[in-house]
Ligand binder design. Structure first.
Ligand code: PAF
Length: 293
């Protein structure tokens, strides 16, 4: 059965109100479309935990700091709807920009702390755009659960923080990054890679995984990150925007591996900016110590 396409928030609200009267549990999966297996895995997780699943599709102009990037973003609503039909989402909510941001719209949600650094440094205004649209989508759908991918790890932290700070009654659930067979993290931006670039792209994840292993074997953080940065450039990436070790729980910068951590990267391959991140396991002794504490 294909998902019903809804564009108007009042229509969405009356469907959700009817579901509520039936006592159904509702989940939302916010997306910008160009759906791939990463999104579909979130939808499947949502279907496993909720009675009704709304997938939102809105290419949010407010989160693009670059007009060319917004113009080049793939618009594939027809294919997206067909993919959602195969997994069984109930509603595709695809509002128009003019309804989301009507003339006179003047509010911005800005999350400090976790938005700083990493992508926040290189994409000014991006997380204000994300936080504002996610706040609107969560309030518009009134869902009980919302699903976000770990691929956008900093975004996940921003969303958790805003939900906590604004008392939005919703549970945020993270889904693991889904990868191609060669390890490349799935992203709608991968479609922009030339064949030659596509062949180089999996090195990014390989280097991250290798570096995470070295860190867990007590390699110095500064040394491991320096070597990894050089390896990324040697693999054919033109620029490494950031490569950092951050605390898993709050994204605080880390210079020693003394807490559960993430290694996060953004790097350019030709005209395409790729991001990825991996978990960094604590050295065995520290892990045992923390488990016992
Ligand atoms: O991750 C995305 O696709 C977007 O940033 C989101 C969360 C749908 C907000 O526009």
């Amino acid at each position: 059965m294909s998902a019903a396409i809804v564009r108007i928030v009042s229509e969405l609200r009356s469907i959700v109100a009817a579901w509520r009267r039936e006592g159904l549990r509702i989940a939302v999966v916010p997306t910008m479309g160009a759906l791939h297996e990463g999104h579909l895995s979130l939808v499947r997780s949502a279907l496993a935990k909720a009675d009704r699943v709304i997938v939102t599709l809105f290419i949010n102009p407010m989160q693009f700091n670059n007009a060319a990037d917004l113009a080049a973003y793939p618009r594939t609503e027809h294919d997206d709807a067909a993919k959602l039909a195969t997994v069984g989402a109930h509603i595709l909510y695809a509002p128009n920009a003019a309804d989301m941001y009507p003339p006179g719209f003047a509010t911005s949600v800005s999350v400090s702390g976790v938005s700083d650094g990493l992508c926040g440094t290189f994409r000014p205004g991006h997380f204000d755009g994300v936080a504002t649209v996610v706040t609107k989508l969560l309030l518009q759908t009134g869902a009980d659960l919302a699903f976000f991918g770990e691929k956008d790890f900093q975004q996940l932290h921003v969303v958790r923080q805003l939900v906590r700070d604004l008392d939005i009654p919703i549970e945020i659930i993270a889904g693991p990054t889904v990868r191609e067979a060669d390890g490349l993290a799935m992203s709608s931006r991968n479609a922009r890679l030339s064949l030659a670039e596509r062949n180089k792209a999996p090195r990014l994840a390989e280097i991250l995984v290798q570096t995470a292993r070295q860190l867990s074997s007590r390699e110095s953080v500064v040394r491991a990150l320096t070597v990894a940065r050089e390896a990324i450039l040697a693999a054919g990436f033109s620029r490494v925007e950031y490569l950092e070790l951050r605390a898993d729980s709050n994204l605080a910068p880390m210079l020693t591996l003394d807490r559960p951590a993430r290694l996060l990267v953004a790097a350019w391959l030709g005209e395409t900016r790729l991001i990825d991140n991996v978990e960094v396991a604590l050295p065995r002794a520290e892990a045992l110590h923390q488990a016992a504490a």
